[in-house]
Ligand binder design. Structure first.
Ligand SMILES: Cc1ncc(COP(=O)(O)O)c(C=O)c1O
Length: 465
């Protein structure tokens, strides 16, 4: 089968990203252009359109309008996912050899930037729940403890990255965390890939957007948390801690010279759609429906985990002794495709289209799973083996480019990794280049690989001694 014929395949129900749900919730104006002769809209960087970095043209005008609307200094549309703009944001904060403080659950794009630029991560651990297998949101108390344990005199820390919300929707109260960083004059980049829509719904008891919480840089993935096409994203810039010229240079470094006019238009429309009164009331209705779906499923005694993002329905499969990967294949086979299988859970993303027929199908497959599952076992999840503060023993970029041997992960005890091990989704690395592989790390990955086929018998490149 070719890729193109797969794209036309029908699924009974897809609860994965992009959040427009196979076009059902795309902004009307985008649908209008997509209905024209295929490819008609695929234009180059004509002067009238410009580009995200041009001073004139429709893109510049649109970005200017939006930053004015949200009281930021600038914003930049992106066509290389949230990944591309996170990378630009990082190099605007740090030069090679400087340190950035970041939680252990950063997205792989952060690690790749550290590798490219020889920026040194100071990882801090996060509290973890063995019941859900998820990291918990960061509290002010926790971040204060982290700051107390860093020797700011010895290490030139130049910025902080926070991930909020997490993939599953857990969100912290950001402003007090950002305040702690600002007290040390450290700019904060918030990876809000999963929380763009928080910016538009302040009346629905959703987390306060990073943009309203004084973050210096905020990256939104428009295909994950608004109605954009895949790869669309936006970077917002405010405050005085990052130099504008530095940021522009950094955005430029990761910019294709031929950004897709369709994707740029999708960036614009997916944001503007949420500023339209009629659309916003429809989306707010969807959010309320999502809350109602959660409550209805709970009342049917289906084990769910609640996070701060109502659009994520997290099934706690561990409650019936089934891992999320097994449950995922079962749901898939029965026509309901989820977004994120993990050891204890399976996460479904409702997105922004009408999901009123979700409950019946979900319940039906769930009941079937209960009936057909034979061996219920108690899943035991090992806590991530990280110290409160850790920095890879060798620079990530140096380790990644070193001479290595490829060996079985299970035989790598005591070696330094030249590899990233990173199942996707969620795209959070378990080992990064330059880290020494100790027994605790091996035990932890072994525990995870009992359920995640991608990790079974995995090989790793380790540095030649
Ligand atoms: C927390 C987080 N940040 C950033 C990204 C990257 O987003 P994109 O796929 O738009 O590049 C992801 C993708 O999964 C993510 O989960």
């Amino acid at each position: 089968m070719s890729i193109s014929s797969f794209l036309t395949k029908k699924f009974l129900k897809s609860l994965f990203f992009p959040a427009h749900n196979r076009g059902k919730a795309l902004p009307k104006r985008l649908i209008k252009i997509l209905k024209m002769r295929p490819g008609f809209w695929d234009l180059p960087e004509l002067p009238e359109i410009g580009s995200p970095l041009a001073k004139t043209g429709l893109i510049a005008k649109s970005q200017k309008e939006l930053s004015k609307r949200f009281k930021t200094k600038r914003c930049f549309f992106g066509v290389n996912g949230a990944s591309g703009l996170i990378q630009s944001g990082i190099i605007a904060m740090a030069k090679p050899g400087e340190y950035i403080l970041m939680p252990r659950n950063v997205h792989i794009s952060v690690i790749k930037t550290c590798a490219m630029q020889n920026i040194i991560p100071i990882f801090f651990n996060i509290e973890f729940s063995s019941k859900t297998g998820h990291y918990k949101p960061i509290t002010k108390k926790w971040l204060k403890k982290v700051f107390k344990n860093i020797d700011f005199k010895k290490k030139k820390v130049v910025g902080v990255i926070l991930v909020n919300p997490y993939y599953q929707g857990y969100a912290a109260e950001l402003e007090p965390l950002i305040d702690i960083c600002h007290q040390k004059n450290l700019p904060v980049l918030v990876d809000e890939a999963h929380g763009a829509y928080f910016l538009f719904c302040q009346n629905l008891n959703l987390p306060k957007s990073a943009l309203k919480s004084k973050a210096d840089l905020v990256v939104h993935s428009l295909h994950k948390s608004l109605n954009g096409l895949t790869q669309t994203s936006v970077l917002w810039y405010q405050g005085d801690l990052i130099e504008e010229s530095n940021l522009i240079r950094s955005v430029n470094l990761f910019q294709t010279t031929s950004p897709s006019s369709l994707l740029l238009s999708s960036c614009e429309e997916s944001i503007k759609d949420w500023l339209n009164k009629k659309s916003i009331s429809k989306y707010q209705k969807r959010i309320l429906e999502a809350k109602a779906i959660f409550q209805k499923l709970l009342r049917k005694n289906i084990p769910l985990i609640e996070t701060q993002d109502p659009l994520k329905i997290i099934l706690n499969t561990s409650k019936i002794g089934i891992d999320g990967f097994t449950a995922d294949s079962f749901f898939y086979k029965n026509g309901l495709i989820a977004e994120l299988p993990e050891m204890m859970t399976l996460t479904f993303c409702l997105g922004f289209s009408d999901q009123s027929n979700f409950i019946a199908l979900f319940e039906k497959i769930w009941m079937k799973l209960l009936k057909e599952s034979k061996h219920f076992s108690k899943l035991k999840m090992i806590k991530p083996p990280f110290k409160l503060i850790e920095t890879p023993e060798k620079h990530i970029g140096v380790a990644l480019r070193s001479k290595t041997n490829r060996i079985l992960l299970s035989e790598s005890l005591g070696q330094i990794s030249g590899d990233i091990i990173c199942p996707y989704p969620p795209g959070i690395p378990l080992i990064v280049p330059g880290e020494r592989i100790d027994q605790n790390r091996l035990n932890w990955i072994k525990n995870l690989s009992m359920y995640n086929e991608d990790l079974v018998n995995s090989y790793i490149s380790v540095l030649k001694s």
